[in-house]
Design a protein around this ligand. Sequence first.
Ligand code: IPD
Ligand code: CA
Ligand code: CA
Ligand code: CA
Length: 266
Amino acid sequence: MTTADPADLLALAADTAREAGAVAADGQAGIGVLDTKSSPTDVVTAMDRAVEELIRKRLLAARPGDAVLGEEGGAAAGESAVRWIVDPIDGTVNYLYGREDWAVSIAAEADGEVVAGVVAVPARGDVYTAVLGGGAFCNGEPIAAAPAVPLDLALVATGFGYSSERRAHQAEVLRQVLPRVRDIRRGGAAAVDLCGVARGRCNAYYERGLNPWDWAAASLIAQEAGARVGGLNGAPAGPDLFIAAPGDLFGELHDLLEPLGADTDG
Ligand code: IPD
Ligand code: CA
Ligand code: CA
Ligand code: CA
């Protein structure tokens, strides 16, 4: 039994993501690096923190008993069955460089299961939404993943972590993936990549080293759009490896990545 209607959670998440996205878009020009985290390439801007604070404030004002997990603010416990999972700006490096592929991502989990998700991409005017079992939408219009294609005809999106050790291994995996696919895209925002799978702008996506805030909302959107989301050998998608692709393409990409050690750091 969940304690909240997923449609209500979605409405709150969507209003909040729109407001947060507008604030971030207004602050993009002239933004600089405020701090770094795990490595010198792992940057944080003032807007990452300000937007997450705004999102937490709005969500908890509407639903004071809920828990929140956010990239910048960490975990806050609650007493309800609902937990919000927030990436205030997914694609911070794109944001820093004035590029368009960055997103505000908000997911609502009820009793440990993601039941609603919003990914707002303000610079493109796109708001992706999904409720568990209710399909996926962009700006209110239904979206669907492209039909599965053979791996050698697949446009495959991927991303890289922030540590040089992990990147060295990811480059080795990529060296072996690139000759086997139509082409590779590195868009710079995992949530936007997954929404790309959800609307057929690429065929598949894989990455190692993601965190729940990167995927929580967009994973539901990709699944509701018809993509399969999972990890290695039947494991759920997660930090070890995240694969999203429709139909038989999932298995083909999985079977390419598995022997390459795409789920190990090197
Ligand atoms: C990053 C982006 C990037 C992905 C990294 C993520 P952030 O999130 O989604 O595309 O490759 O793994 O950490 O730090 O910009 O929120
Ligand atoms: Ca992120
Ligand atoms: Ca982020
Ligand atoms: Ca970050």
